[in-house]
Write a protein that binds this ligand. Structure first.
Ligand SMILES: Nc1ncnc2c1ncn2[C@@H]1O[C@H](COP(=O)(O)OP(=O)(O)OP(=O)(O)O)[C@@H](O)[C@H]1O
Length: 305
């Protein structure tokens, strides 16, 4: 067992009826890493976080947090979490709720500092059930950072936050990681994962499909995008021959503009000139993280069907 790791999953499986939500998952996260957990709906992200937080038991395998069981790690204040669901207590004010979280933490921060860091000092006296969605998220963030935890776990943390709240949120998270904390967040915002995470995990049907930096994940997708314009209207015959170009994974024809993805852009462009057409404004570029994610998960879907 690697006791230096912040988190280890070893052969972890969690099944609901016939659904394998987490399927033989093994991974290790290290102190100071900011890790994005990506995956299509139902990939097993929330279940993975629930297992990590000891909210559900694994069927098989072992989950360790700083070498401890999830429950022991939480009791010792080593983990702060911000989950998607779970009601906040209704009839209390924001300050009372945050004060309670501070009081319960074995290594508490100062309540005013926690409120200020989460940007909720202005609404501290408001009842929790009178908040907007974005304000609620900030309160959850305050609860996750009520004490000096070594691992911060966030499930879809910025859903409902406006642009400035998101920026402030991620700036704070970067500070937390710079201080040696491990930050693990599940998200559907791939641009956030690209901008923030040192490491990206792609889950699919409970299995780890890719694990690396955003650049490595983009390279793993193995595809590049090619776009160009053709003069005049693209008739059916031309469109047919474009769609028959080698190594294509996707084709989109819109007016005179053609956008394609190819697993061998050089060969595709070579064949394009062979069609006797004259592409203008030809651009060849790597995939963004979002496109890479779609390419990787679609390829896996195709294998499964
Ligand atoms: N309590 C439950 N009972 C039965 N099935 C469940 C339960 N929780 C999750 N599942 C199933 O397990 C699978 C994984 O769900 P999970 O919520 O972990 O995925 P996710 O990646 O977080 O999805 P999303 O992006 O939609 O939040 C899904 O097929 C889901 O329907």
């Amino acid at each position: 067992m690697n006791t230096d790791a912040a988190v280890t999953f070893t052969g972890v499986t969690k099944t609901y009826g016939t659904v394998k939500a987490v399927d033989g998952l093994s991974l290790a996260l290290h102190p100071g890493e900011t890790v994005a957990l990506l995956g299509p709906n139902g990939a097993g992200k929330s279940t993975t976080l629930d297992l990590l937080l000891g909210l559900r038991p694994a069927d098989t395998g072992d989950v360790r947090v700083f070498g401890l069981s999830p429950r022991d790690a939480i009791v010792r204040g080593r983990v702060g979490a911000m989950l998607q669901s779970g009601g906040l207590m209704d009839e209390v004010t924001v300050r009372e709720l945050v004060r309670l979280a501070v009081a319960l933490h074995p290594k508490p921060h100062n309540t005013d500092e926690v409120l200020s860091r989460a940007g909720i000092t202005q609404i501290a006296d408001r009842k929790v059930n009178k908040l907007s969605g974005g304000q609620e998220q900030r309160v959850r963030f305050a609860l996750a950072t009520a004490g000096d935890s070594d691992l911060i776990v966030l499930d879809e943390p910025t859903t409902g936050m406006d642009v400035s709240a998101r920026q402030a949120f991620w700036a704070t998270m970067r500070e937390q990681a710079d201080q040696g904390r491990t930050v693990l967040f599940a998200t559907h915002y791939l641009e956030e994962a690209d901008a923030i995470a040192d490491r990206v995990l792609v889950l699919h049907r409970g299995r780890l499909l890719a694990d690396g930096t955003a650049a490595e994940i983009k390279a793993k997708a193995g595809a590049r995008k090619v776009s160009f314009d053709l003069e005049g209207t693209i008739d059916d015959a031309t469109e047919q021959s474009l769609r028959a170009l080698p190594f294509l994974t996707t084709v989109d024809v819109s007016g005179q503009t053609v956008r394609i993805q190819s697993t061998d852009a050089d060969a595709t462009v070579h064949a394009l000139y062979g069609l006797g057409v004259y592409p203008r404004n030809l651009e060849v570029a790597g995939l963004g993280l979002e496109q890479a994610f779609v390419a990787i998960t679609n390829a896996e879907e195709a294998k499964a069907s």
